[in-house]
Design a protein around this ligand. Structure first.
Ligand code: ADP
Length: 174
């Protein structure tokens, strides 16, 4: 019997967007088992902490026996080996993604020749969608409902309401 094809879709998911969700949905059509691996990376300062990001991914993807949500820190390639996966799934939007993704894919392949990175091209409606843009729009009170799933809409509203309360409090105290 053939081995099940296990792929890992790694990322910051700060927060998960409809672009990510599209890659996950299409990835499930291709692989037997897909692990969405949320990076717990000390070098980046995320808007949502690791527990919040994991919870938002879980709420967004629902339950599917072929889909798993997990976290990792350190080298992705170590996590890939630990999970006995051989495929890294990534999404490509514009040409601007290419150089970075190419570098990372080459490095990972160099570190482990058994690991391949596979790319899915973004679906057109999400071609310009990124977590950073979503955070930027939401931070100024803009509507991000067409960019992110409902649990994230709610979480962004709460996050920025809490922030503006604390900013306002700061201003009042001065
Ligand atoms: P990272 O910090 O690792 O780039 P992200 O959460 O920003 O993490 O992205 C994870 C992966 O999802 C990357 O491969 C990225 O190119 C892809 N991705 C992000 N947004 C989209 C989108 N709108 N369409 C397709 N792929 C996307």
């Amino acid at each position: 019997m053939n081995q099940p094809r296990i792929a890992v879709y790694p990322g910051s998911f700060d927060p998960i967007t409809l672009g990510h969700l599209d890659i996950i949905t299409r990835g499930l059509e291709i692989f037997d088992h897909l692990i969405v691996a949320v990076a717990n990376n000390d070098e980046k300062t995320p808007l949502f902490n690791i527990d919040e990001r994991l919870e938002l991914v879980r709420q967004t993807v629902g339950s599917n026996p072929r889909l798993e949500v997990d976290t990792f820190n350190g080298l992705l390639i170590d996590y890939i080996r630990h999970r006995r996966a051989h495929i890294i799934l990534r999404g490509l939007r514009a040409v601007s993604d290419f150089e970075y993704e190419y570098q990372i894919a080459q490095t990972n392949h160099q570190l482990d020749k058994n690991t391949e990175t596979l790319f899915l091209m973004t679906s057109l409606p999400y071609a310009f969608l990124s977590s950073s843009v979503v955070k930027e729009v939401a931070s100024h009170g803009g509507n991000v409902d067409s960019f992110v799933p409902p649990p994230v809409q709610e979480a962004l509203r709460k996050k920025f309401a809490a922030r503006s309360d604390s900013w306002n409090n700061g201003i009042v105290r001065i």
